[in-house]
Design a protein around this ligand. Structure first.
Ligand SMILES: [Zn+2]
Length: 462
């Protein structure tokens, strides 16, 4: 105790920040990649040990999973039973990192010039740490939430065959069942050059689906081509039509909120387009959508997208092709349907020789309706801590574990808590890092956030 206090004073950390730093270091230095060297269970057990020694009952600290190295941690902090639990989520696994690609050992926590470096410092062991540190702190302070709070730190979000959230839903739903989930691994608290810009809360994500386009033809000797009977030409011409096609613009609650609440942060021309695209003047909205569609990110927010990503065909240089095929990858808006996308592709390809089939199993996730209580809480914290940053609903173009919860009927909201620079995203990449101050601010933010979500009912200030 004396040693840790002296150390804490030395680098000027409060005991809460020192604890968070210790947890962060421990997590970063446990390799949780989906490789023979990685083991998620080691990290789950390390955190479980902290909870047990902090006085959590054994049955409230579960380490469960399908494989010895793919176990998930689920912890419960008991409340007064006023409502269904709130689930807090992060994943323990990280993307592989090779020492030779990095400037330092990716599995050591390095603090250099105001940054923490290491694999998982921004995806998403900082989120895990923030949750663990605050569950421990709240327990230590004897704080009793209005309802049960659940912490789940899971396996295989980044890949692998043992996705922890899916497994928990299928095998231990009782452990994680909740009114809603707060996921640290989604959404975006954005800053730029040290200035905080916005607090993005992820409510939904686009649904991923691949289609296989295939044309069969008779084949034969390539010295005797047959007009109109070539699988490659049929496919190529269909793809050329698809290349020219755009799905119609379709807004939802989240993207409307995004354009409305971020307009003020944009240049005047883009801000005008943001306001027009959600406005009532349909002519102006259409023009704004055209302008915005020139930027791939805004285009992806405005519509379902489908794009050719792979191509195959033929079997010999001197033979007419018998097969030509392409993969078309679609990112569907949550309000779009598979049936609509498939029939649209068929119509646009405009050739009944091209078959269009879904690759694999497709289970769409609905959007989570924006929860006013969470937004209200975030607005209160934003006003108190950060000078009224906008709270922006976010639809991700990629995918998170929130998807499985949404499919299972548990709304999920991505709230990272830790700010990061929009121009410094190193997740999955070399020399991944997070700002040291941003990290500690995130620890403090989540302390307030958890207490506000599950504290005494908030009465409006008069
Ligand atoms: Zn992640």
């Amino acid at each position: 105790m004396a040693v840790s206090c002296a150390f804490a004073q030395q680098n000027g950390l409060t005991p809460e920040h020192q604890l968070a730093r210790d947890i962060f270091k421990e997590l970063i230095e446990i390799n949780t990649t989906d490789t023979p060297a990685g083991n998620v269970t080691t990290a789950a057990e390390a955190m479980a040990a902290r909870f047990r020694s902090a006085g959590f009952a054994a049955e409230d600290v579960q380490v469960v999973g399908p494989l010895p190295n793919k176990k998930n941690l689920v912890v419960r902090l008991h409340g007064r039973g006023q409502g269904k639990p709130i689930l807090f989520l992060g994943h323990l696994d990280v993307v592989e990192a090779l020492r030779k690609d990095w400037s330092m050992d990716p599995f050591k926590l390095n603090e250099v010039d105001g940054f923490f470096y290491g694999r998982g410092t921004s995806d998403i062991k900082q989120g895990d740490t923030v949750l663990v540190a605050n569950f421990l702190r709240l327990k230590k302070e004897g704080w009793v939430p209005s309802r049960d709070l659940i912490l789940a730190l899971t396996a295989d979000e980044e890949g692998g065959q043992s996705n922890g959230v899916q497994w928990l839903i299928a095998n231990h739903r009782d452990l994680i069942n909740a009114e809603y989930c707060i996921n640290t691994d989604a959404g975006n608290f954005e800053s730029k050059n040290g200035k905080r810009l916005l607090m993005g809360m992820q409510t939904s994500e686009k649904n991923y689906v691949d289609f296989r386009l295939e044309v069969k033809s008779n084949g034969g000797h390539s010295s005797r081509p047959v007009k109109g009977e070539n699988a490659i030409y049929h496919l190529a011409q269909g793809l050329a039509r698809l290349a020219e096609f755009d799905f119609p613009v379709s807004l939802n609650e989240t993207t409307r909120g995004f354009f409305e609440r971020t307009a003020a942060l944009e240049t005047p021309a883009t801000a005008a387009d943001f306001r027009a695209v959600i406005g009532n003047d349909t002519t102006k909205a259409a023009a704004a959508a055209r302008h915005l569609s020139a930027a791939p990110y805004f285009n992806a927010l405005l519509r379902t997208t489908c794009v050719a990503t792979r191509l195959e065909g033929g079997h010999a240089n001197n033979a007419l092709p018998q097969t030509a095929a392409a993969n078309v990858n679609c990112r569907m808006l949550p309000q779009d349907s598979l049936q609509n996308v498939q029939s649209t592709l068929t119509r646009v390809l405009a050739d009944d020789r091209i078959s269009v089939s879904v690759v694999g199993e497709f289970v769409p996730a609905p959007a989570s309706a924006i929860n006013p209580a969470i937004v209200h809480t975030l607005e209160g914290l934003s006003a108190r801590l950060y000078g009224r940053l906008p709270i922006v609903p976010v639809m991700d173009n990629g995918a998170s574990d929130g998807k499985y919860l949404r499919i299972a009927g548990i709304p999920a909201y991505g709230v990272p808590g830790v700010f990061s620079d929009v121009d410094d995203d190193r997740a999955h990449g070399k020399d991944e890092r997070i700002g040291v101050k941003d990290f500690y601010d995130g620890v403090d933010f989540y302390y307030e956030f958890i207490k506000a979500l599950a504290g005494q009912p908030v009465t409006a200030a008069r």
